[in-house]
Design a protein around this ligand. Structure first.
Ligand code: SAM
Length: 293
């Protein structure tokens, strides 16, 4: 087939041929914009021979372009209607190799993935792996944290998500989007916005616009020590984001004078608001609070 799957006519033809309908509860919005997909492939810097784990291949719009760019793709999917479609509609040979040498489908919730077992005999996890996905939006953040926390040594995560979530991931201090999600992710990963994608690039159209974000492991890691406590502190500090840091810190220190002494000792303005603190500021703050507890 000369028409890519990521094309409104081809996608509609597939939908008709298999009497399928996009399942809302699985976050199915299929990309029909080849330009947007090429943007994802470029953002992930896919090179011949790359090992890719894809989440949610759907009817294969992105998978097809990953394969054509030279990648070997293992994909996680939960919709039982899709294996037949994928195996029929994806190109049967890629670079003179049978599809089965280049594409493996794992029918499993990605949140229950066991990367070592699932990839055995197909991908070599001692070599670099890139993760690429047009995510199901209802579980964007659980998937991101699952991947960051997994023992998989990936070189990058290239992820399409709701634009609002992307804005939070790439946010800077002193902006509205900056908050616990920003800090939880940016304290672990380098985050870059790759492209914005209009809702008209999908079938069916989602209610929101989307964006592609690339996450790569930080070369210079922060020294957070107690990650759990750190995240807790950040959450508490932002629980009333319009109030001052001092006000939010009541949870940890009841006494006003003691609270203000700590804030002054750390070199912050007494009236500083949580969104003005950098990641390093939160790290310092969490360490100081831990000493008190
Ligand atoms: N990659 C396709 C594209 O770009 O057109 C489809 C993307 S669609 C936004 C999300 C896909 O993720 C759907 O195919 C859906 O069935 C699948 N999905 C939903 N929940 C999942 C889960 N827990 N694990 C793996 N895949 C999931």
């Amino acid at each position: 087939n000369s028409m890519p799957i990521a094309n409104p006519v081809r996608t509609q033809a597939i939908v008709n041929r298999y009497f399928m309908h996009a399942k809302k509860n699985l976050g199915q919005n299929f990309l029909v914009d080849i330009g947007a997909i090429k943007g994802i492939v470029a953002a992930a810097d896919i090179q011949p021979g790359d090992q890719v784990i894809e989440i949610g291949p759907g009817i294969g719009s992105l998978t097809e372009q990953l394969l054509l760019a030279g990648a070997k793709v293992l994909a996680y999917e939960v919709d039982k209607d899709l294996p037949d479609i994928l195996h029929n509609e994806l190109p049967q040979t890629v670079d003179n190799q049978p599809l089965t040498d280049r594409f493996k489908l794992v029918m499993k919730d990605v949140l229950k993935a066991n990367f070592k077992e699932d990839t055995a005999g197909f991908l070599d996890l001692n070599k670099p792996v890139k993760i690429v996905a047009n995510l199901p939006y209802y579980i964007t953040t659980p998937i991101i944290f699952d991947l960051i926390n997994s023992d998989l040594k990936f070189v990058s995560l290239t992820l399409m998500m709701q634009k609002e979530v992307a804005e939070r991931l790439v946010a800077h201090p002193k902006t509205k989007a900056y908050g616990p999600l920003t800090i939880a992710v940016q304290s672990r990963m380098k985050v870059k916005l790759a492209e914005e994608v209009k809702s008209s690039s999908f079938m069916p159209r989602p209610k929101v616009d989307s964006a592609v974000v690339v996450l790569t492991p930080l070369s210079d890691k922060y020294n957070i020590e107690d990650e759990k406590f750190f995240n807790h502190v950040v959450k508490v500090c932002f629980s009333q984001r319009r109030k001052t840091l001092s006000n939010n810190l009541k949870t940890f220190i009841k006494d006003k004078d003691k609270r203000e002494k700590l804030i002054t000792d750390l070199g912050f303005d007494l009236h500083v608001r949580p969104e003005e603190l950098t990641i390093n500021d939160f790290i310092t703050l969490a360490k100081a609070l831990k000493k008190l507890s």
